[in-house]
Design a protein around this ligand. Structure first.
Ligand code: PLP
Length: 408
């Protein structure tokens, strides 16, 4: 590292420590550029990125067609405010409806913000007929964001410690347990929120009858079924949206991460049956929004992403490649300290053996030292969730890296 580079790295870290809240643990690597599934740090070291900006850079870093979409939009129009129409918003909303279950999109900034919109819609729905229904049932190990409503649906201490009093009406039941869900419903319940595959909680895929069972419960009790597809949406699991593998449709789907390809976009898509409750006319004002939601540049990028993913057949490819990676990992599992490999498509969790002495964080740190970025969920699960444009040789390198680190 030259002195100048060293000085800039040191200055970056000094400024971060002095002028930024330390609200994220950091690995101590200053990234300067990225391309596809690789990024380069300030020392010139290149890394293989198998975690895609925590799931957000679904088409990798600086995809040339997304760069073109952003650049073209940036030189035309950035922001006019939501009192005026702009084309990119309408194109993105159409793409989401076309690839999902129809419905109408409300734009937000993040996964958490999308869920805030969903919880507001739940309250309008629960009271539309004069009854007072507002409760939302979520699940243990769930992660739905850190906003002031969303954190109530998130399970455990991780996002909530110290922020009491919590919002009334949120409860949690074990995931993948229909009987527990049914038992938790009372006459004030208005919705169930669920990740179709749990992500932050450790990559848990429910039984095939779970989502259909939840759909049936919601229909029977007149509840809204909210599917939080913030991690699983936009092709990662081998479906456009993970719920599509189960043959049901939700009432509300929330998106974040991949839908913005690394730019801040959130979406709350409501079915046509309920979307009218979320209009200026019926609410008597703006039911949910923020000044920059639906900003032209991320909208243009996101709309282009849907075109590219469809044109290049990336959804079935993610499903096929994910199966290959999981088979390769399962083949080696007997020789390595691996308890379980689970997931769908390129959304994979690798649970470490109970006796294995190192934590998932320590494994991730060692892999990073060897030039590969993996993710973790808690202390026992490694996560493998690259951009869906990842090459087969990059996947092989990732599997080999896991084998090397766990075998050493
Ligand atoms: N929902 C799920 C399923 C998530 O995994 C996350 C973040 O990891 C969120 C919501 C919150 O998204 P964001 O970090 O964009 O607010």
């Amino acid at each position: 590292m030259t002195n100048t580079v060293r000085e800039r790295v040191d200055a970056t870290i000094e400024r971060r420590e002095r002028f930024m809240t330390q609200n994220y643990p950091r690995w101590g690597i200053t990234v300067v550029e990225g391309s596809g599934c690789e990024f380069t740090d300030s020392t010139g070291t290149t890394y293989l990125d198998l975690f895609a900006g925590t799931g957000a850079t679904i088409l990798g870093h600086c995809h040339p067609e997304l760069v073109a979409a952003a650049t073209e939009q940036a030189s035309k129009l950035w922001h006019v405010g939501n009192l005026l129409d702009n084309e990119p918003q309408s194109l993105l909303a159409e793409a989401i409806a076309r690839h999902g279950f129809g419905g109408r999109s409300c734009f937000a900034h993040s996964g958490s913000d999308s869920n805030e919109a969903a919880f507001k819609l739940v309250r309008l729905y629960g009271r539309r007929d004069g009854r007072d229904r507002y409760k939302v049932i979520a699940t243990d190990r769930a992660f739905h964001g850190r906003g002031f409503a969303a954190m109530n649906a998130t399970s455990g201490e991780k996002a909530r410690k110290g922020y009491e009093p919590f919002l009334e009406g949120f409860s949690h039941v074990p995931y993948n347990d229909l009987a527990a869900m049914e038992a938790a419903i009372d006459d004030q319940t208005a919705a169930i929120i669920i990740e179709p595959i749990q992500g932050e909680g450790g990559v848990h895929v429910p039984d095939d009858d779970y989502l259909p069972g939840l759909r049936a419960l919601c229909d029977r009790h007149d509840l809204l079924l909210i599917l939080d597809e913030v991690w699983t949406g936009c092709g990662r699991t081998g479906q456009w949206f993970a719920y599509q593998a189960s043959g049901i449709t939700p009432d509300i789907m929330t998106l974040g991460k991949a839908v913005g390809c690394g730019l801040p976009v959130g979406v709350m898509c409501a079915s046509d049956r309920i979307a009218d409750l979320f209009t200026v006319a019926s609410y008597g004002g703006v039911p949910h929004a923020s000044t920059l939601s639906g900003n032209c540049i991320p909208m243009a990028v996101s709309a282009r992403m849907f075109e590219i993913v469809e044109r290049d057949g990336l959804v079935p490819r993610a499903g096929r490649l994910g199966n290959e990676v999981m088979s390769a990992l399962r083949e080696r599992a007997g020789r390595l300290p691996i308890k379980d490999v689970r997931g769908r498509g390129l959304f994979i969790g690798i649970e470490l053996d109970d006796e294995y002495p190192r934590s998932a964080t320590e494994v991730v740190r060692e892999a990073l030292g060897r030039g590969v970025l993996l993710g973790s969920a808690g202390e026992r699960v490694l996560r493998f969730a690259p951009a869906i444009i990842v090459s087969e040789s990059q996947l092989e390198r990732g599997v080999q890296m896991i084998a090397d680190v766990l075998g050493s």
